[in-house]
Design a protein around this ligand. Structure first.
Ligand code: 13P
Length: 287
């Protein structure tokens, strides 16, 4: 299938009280692992890249690879730009076929965040592309952006309502205690806050920083209204561990088809497990 705007399947997931898993990819093997894993689970999937990954691999390669993966498999696949603060990069991604973009103005003062999101919504909606924004600040490390724990700010439910109404954004990333990257202890999630945001806001809600969050907490977040779950670090770890193990046990190994092939399989297993955790296996058949 060709790449699709994810909103219809994210809405469907919301109606069914499950969530769509969205995976950050970095190269051809991770793209293959994500789309093949989703196809084996018969689940729609969101493949996402950060601006740092665009710099690393090149937008042309990434967009082309995801398009090919989507054409090869009979499930809905969306290509999403994750955490982008640049209007110009967003326009470039849309021109290269991205079907969804995140404009991250979460570190800006509220009014400036509203302004930049409105500007992106106007452009994206005119060509059928979905827009995600963030209110509050999720902590941790993503690309070279490091948000210290003391700088995180939880999403305020009433403000979220005003923000969604003012911007007409399609999905909202909420800050409720998760963080990007590896957790030092167990994350403390503010589920009451999530329920309060859900009660105020009528668009699908997005959970960032899902790697390392216990399964029960992910399920509770979905029960309380999360419809998209972002996973990055938990795919990076099996890829790196597999390659390290192979090269450590046989330092003469030099065939990327072997170590990248096994790494891809390890990533795919995590993709499938996360899709089952989010409850979206089989959802592709109902779309
Ligand atoms: P993790 O790296 O913690 O999974 O976060 C992913 C994410 O939120 C991408 O936007």
């Amino acid at each position: 299938m060709s790449l699709v705007n994810p909103l219809s399947f994210v809405q469907k997931a919301r109606e069914k009280r499950v969530a769509i898993a969205a995976f950050n990819v970095h190269n051809m093997e991770t793209i293959q692992a994500v789309v093949e894993g989703a196809a084996e689970e018969r689940s729609p999937v969101i493949v996402q890249t950060t601006p740092g990954t665009l710099e690393h691999a090149g937008i042309e390669y990434l967009a082309a690879c995801v398009r090919v993966a989507s054409d090869l498999w009979d499930i809905p696949v969306a290509l999403h730009l994750d955490h982008c603060s640049s209007f110009e990069t967003i326009v470039k991604c849309i021109r290269h076929g991205y079907t969804s973009v995140m404009i991250d103005g979460s570190k800006l003062p509220y009014e400036q965040n509203v302004e930049i999101v409105k500007k992106v919504v106007e452009v994206a909606h005119s060509v059928g592309v979905a827009v995600e924004a963030e209110l509050g600040t999720v902590g941790g490390t993503e690309d070279d952006v490091i948000v210290d724990e003391r700088e995180t700010a939880y999403t305020v439910p009433e403000e979220a309502k005003r923000f969604v109404e003012a911007t007409r954004v399609d999905t909202l990333a909420v800050a409720i205690g998760t963080a990007h990257g590896v957790y030092k202890g167990e994350p403390k999630m503010d589920f009451e806050r999530l329920s309060a945001i859900r009660a105020e806001v009528d668009v699908p809600l997005v959970l960032h920083g899902a790697s390392g969050v216990p399964d029960e907490s992910i399920k509770e977040a979905i029960r309380r209204g999360i419809s998209k779950v972002n996973i990055a670090t938990e795919l990076k770890i099996p890829m790196a561990e597999t390659i390290k193990n192979i090269l450590q046990s046989d330092p003469s190994e030099n065939d990327p088809r072997r170590y990248m092939g096994e790494a891809k399989e390890a990533v795919k297993q995590v993709v499938k497990r996360k899709i089952r955790l989010c409850g979206c296996s089989g959802l592709a058949a109902n779309l």
